[in-house]
Design a binder for this molecule. Structure first.
Ligand SMILES: NC(=O)c1ccc[n+]([C@@H]2O[C@H](COP(=O)([O-])OP(=O)(O)OC[C@H]3O[C@@H](n4cnc5c(N)ncnc54)[C@H](OP(=O)(O)O)[C@@H]3O)[C@@H](O)[C@H]2O)c1
Length: 209
């Protein structure tokens, strides 16, 4: 069981929070405004969800999950306090905006905090698929990138806990931007090419036998 602070309570934050609460983890939302329409909507999706300030949520967590727009990370890092020893999961995609001068929120977190245990995960599919990762009775796949084995293992466990079949190791820090591009491929297919958001990636392998 992890103590998880989800920063942001929008589409992604509430989908992940709902799943992790149901699978027995301790979840608190760290938000800038408890009265915002997004926070209020999250509370209707997850009745009784615990909402704290960003600093207070982070303090009691061993896993911090960033579910804000990517550029917000620069401001957020001023409120997170000491995150030494905590795992940070970055779900953001620098699609329209990025935390200048950093390429992604992941890079900003690593460079500004010197924290090693960061992982990019839960960015490569839509929030509806995080709420329900089951297609025709089978779990879809998730992907995690970054150098920290520890952070990756935590993300892989948390992906499994909400119903993803396999959370593939997508590689190290050098594959973080590729994983964001992979997310863009999902956005391209679902939105730009019009196939709809009920679409997901699953890896298939030819049996070696
Ligand atoms: N939507 C998807 O299907 C999807 C899938 C994969 C990855 N992502 C990525 O996940 C992230 C969140 O997407 P979303 O669709 O969940 O967004 P969303 O529904 O708009 O929610 C964003 C959340 O971030 C908070 N926020 C915004 N700016 C902030 C700041 N400066 N400081 C603190 N909190 C701030 C918002 O708080 P307020 O309520 O106060 O505005 C809200 O709780 C994005 O980076 C996106 O690229 C999205």
């Amino acid at each position: 069981m992890f103590k998880i602070a989800i920063i942001g309570a929008g589409n992604v934050g509430s989908a992940l929070g709902k799943g992790w609460l149901s699978s027995g983890h301790q979840v608190v939302f760290g938000v800038r405004d408890p009265q915002s329409s997004k926070t209020q909507k999250a509370l209707t999706i997850i009745p009784g969800a615990k909402v704290l300030s960003i600093t207070d949520a982070t303090k009691i967590a061993d896993v911090i999950v960033i579910t804000t727009p990517p550029e917000a990370i620069l401001e957020l890092l001023q409120h997170l306090g000491d995150i030494t020893g905590k795992v940070v999961i970055d779900t953001t995609n620098s699609v329209r905006t990025r935390p200048e001068p950093f390429a992604t929120a992941y890079h900003a977190i690593k460079e500004i905090t010197n924290t090693e245990d960061v992982v990019k995960c839960f960015n490569s599919t839509g929030f509806e698929n995080m709420l329900n990762p089951i297609y025709q009775g089978e779990g879809i796949d998730m992907f995690a990138a970054g150098n920290s084995k520890n952070a990756k293992q935590v993300a892989q466990q948390l992906a499994k806990d909400i119903g993803f079949a396999t959370c593939y190791d997508f590689g190290g820090d050098d594959k973080v931007e590729l994983l964001e591009k992979f997310a863009l491929s999902w956005i391209n297919l679902t939105i730009l090419q019009g196939h709809g958001r009920n679409l997901a990636f699953k890896v298939v392998k030819r049996s070696s036998h």
